[in-house]
Design a protein around this ligand. Structure first.
Ligand code: ACM
Length: 538
């Protein structure tokens, strides 16, 4: 629907009623401020380097002057106040401006950013939003706080890095005017971080979350356990972290999240409208668990547990026939599920080379009932297609297309993480300082140039979305993590959010250059791919 000026004015009148004053009173008070007509640059909203690219953009070639006389306004019920606070903080960080919230009635505002609860948008999508940017007002329409949060990210990207100090007496940050109608292509837009091969602490993961949210990613899957380390406190099995948490690839000291830490991380992610999906990988990738509690160890072909700091895979297994093992899993799932408000629990299930197929199938089916008992939907790497899985299950495609298709034929929904396209731990090229290359070399264009809608041969309706995993065998620091993730993850964010008609490598490349100032301002280490026409660093 095209919004007319009349509708916009109605919004403003409503806003000002909520603000406790009348439209005209505000106008009069506003006039009492030192006010010369502002000189606004001509802009073109279509040229904005937004990533992900919004569904629809209509420029009006003027600008909203973000300045010290701007205030943010929210509905009286308070439901969007936290979003307004978030926006105000981010504007302060970028511009230095102190933008007050809900002070329009005090007559200080000449310009208003109104975050409006617009229930009708919910019928489109939980994350759908509209932005109307005019000379004196920005109206963000959203039915949910989640949608408002996504819209705020777009607005953040539209605020120029530098103020315009030459045209006016005071600094303004001209935001290009026009309309944006937007909603996501996929509801699930994720990334995975392996904190098991190398541990990343709370501050490091939080910094990563800040950037993920900026690009509208809404899922962070944490690979919490593997052969080299167990990274989450389980109160009923304390040795998992006392013993299993003390090592990592390369022989470093490892580490783990206490349950308090994990809760803190979940809450931080939730504040950024990101769901944490916990993964406890089993029955393989369990050396650290069996090292902590040898009773869990499968024996047979599985290698005897010992401290592992190497990168080998596929040699460990839980015992699939012992009741103790299922009591263990029940306790672990129960404790983690209680800390994880999201709907999913990931059981891993990959690379079980020393588990008999029949035992694997029985194991996955038994674990599925445990996950369901604790109120979660089971996610597993697509190897779980071998088991009897049901329509509540989610299968994650990583290597075998056949497994992906079989899971969907059995009723599961699919997450796309094809290693050849979406594994963030693959090297960019042979010269990359970090990363592996077993699946492919993935330069920035290869990462972007594929179509999640058609790649797996599974109908789009069965696809939840995409996830880019970052395995951490070759990265030990946040800076190394960022080097592999950025800039590729920005492209994955676009593949998840933007419709195919809005995606093109040529356009994306230019818009990616527009992200450079954000990455540099946030001290995010990125790989300066020669495929991208970066600006020279200052
Ligand atoms: C995997 O890369 N082993 C899922």
């Amino acid at each position: 629907m095209i919004y007319s000026k009349i509708v916009l004015n109605k919004y403003l009148r409503n806003l000002l009623k909520i603000g406790g004053t009348s439209f005209f009173a505000l106008g009069i008070v506003a006039c009492s401020q030192p006010k010369k007509p502002l000189h606004l640059p001509k802009t073109d909203l279509k040229e904005a380097t937004l990533v992900p690219k919004p569904l629809k953009t209509v420029p009006t070639f003027s600008a909203f002057a973000l300045d010290q006389y701007t205030s943010i306004h929210t509905p009286a019920n308070g439901s969007l106040d936290a979003i307004a606070q978030f926006l105000s903080e981010k504007i302060k960080l970028k511009t230095g401006l102190d933008i007050p919230i809900n002070t329009a009635e005090e007559g200080l505002a000449q310009r208003i950013i109104y975050i409006n609860q617009a229930d009708s948008l919910k019928t489109k999508d939980n994350e759908a939003y509209q932005l109307y940017i005019n000379k004196d007002s920005i109206i963000l329409n959203a039915a949910t706080s989640e949608a408002a949060f996504r819209g705020i990210q777009t607005l953040r990207q539209l605020i120029p890095e530098q103020s315009n100090d030459t045209l006016n007496e005071h600094a303004i940050w001209p935001v290009p005017s026009g309309k944006i109608m937007d909603r996501p292509n996929f509801g699930y837009r994720g990334t995975m971080l392996d904190v098991a091969r190398h541990f990343f602490d709370l501050e490091e993961v939080k910094k990563y979350i800040d950037a993920l949210a900026y690009y509208k990613i809404n899922v962070l899957h944490l690979h919490l356990t593997d052969d080299q380390g167990w990274r989450i406190e389980i109160k009923s099995w304390p040795k998992l972290t006392q013993i299993g948490g003390q090592t990592e690839v390369g022989g470093g000291k490892g580490g783990f999240y206490t349950q308090k830490d994990y809760k803190d991380l979940v809450a931080y992610a939730a504040k950024h409208y990101i769901t944490i999906i916990p993964e406890v990988d089993m029955p393989g990738h369990t050396n650290a668990a069996s090292l902590s509690y040898p009773i869990l160890h499968a024996g047979g072909k599985a290698e005897k547990p010992r401290i592992r700091t190497d990168m080998k895979v596929g040699y460990s297994s839980l015992h699939t026939k012992k009741d103790t093992v299922y009591s263990f899993i029940d306790n672990v799932v129960e404790e983690i599920a209680a800390l994880s408000p999201g709907p999913y629990f990931h059981i891993g299930g990959d690379e079980t080379h020393v588990t008999q197929k029949k035992d694997y199938v029985d194991f996955v089916e038994r674990v599925a009932t445990i996950v369901q008992k604790h109120g979660k939907r089971m996610v597993g790497w697509a190897d779980i297609a071998a088991a009897g899985i049901d329509s509540t299950t989610i299968s994650q495609f990583w290597r075998s297309k056949e497994n992906a298709i079989t899971s969907v034929q059995k009723g599961a929904k699919l997450i796309l993480s094809p290693a050849k396209k979406a594994y963030l731990d693959m090297k960019y090229d042979t010269l990359s300082k970090h990363g592996l290359s077993w699946a492919a070399l993935i330069p920035v264009d290869t990462a972007y140039l594929w179509s999640p809608e058609t790649y797996s041969g599974v109908p789009k309706e069965q696809i939840l979305g995409i996830e880019a995993p970052l395995w951490s065998e070759t990265i030990a620091t946040l800076s190394e993590l960022e080097y592999l993730a950025f800039p590729r993850i920005i492209g994955y964010a676009e593949l998840g959010w933007s419709v195919p008609e809005n995606r093109s490598w040529e356009g994306y490349k230019e818009r990616l250059v527009g992200q450079q100032s954000y990455l540099e301002r946030m001290s995010i280490n990125y790989y300066p791919s020669p495929l991208i026409p970066w600006n020279e660093k200052e």
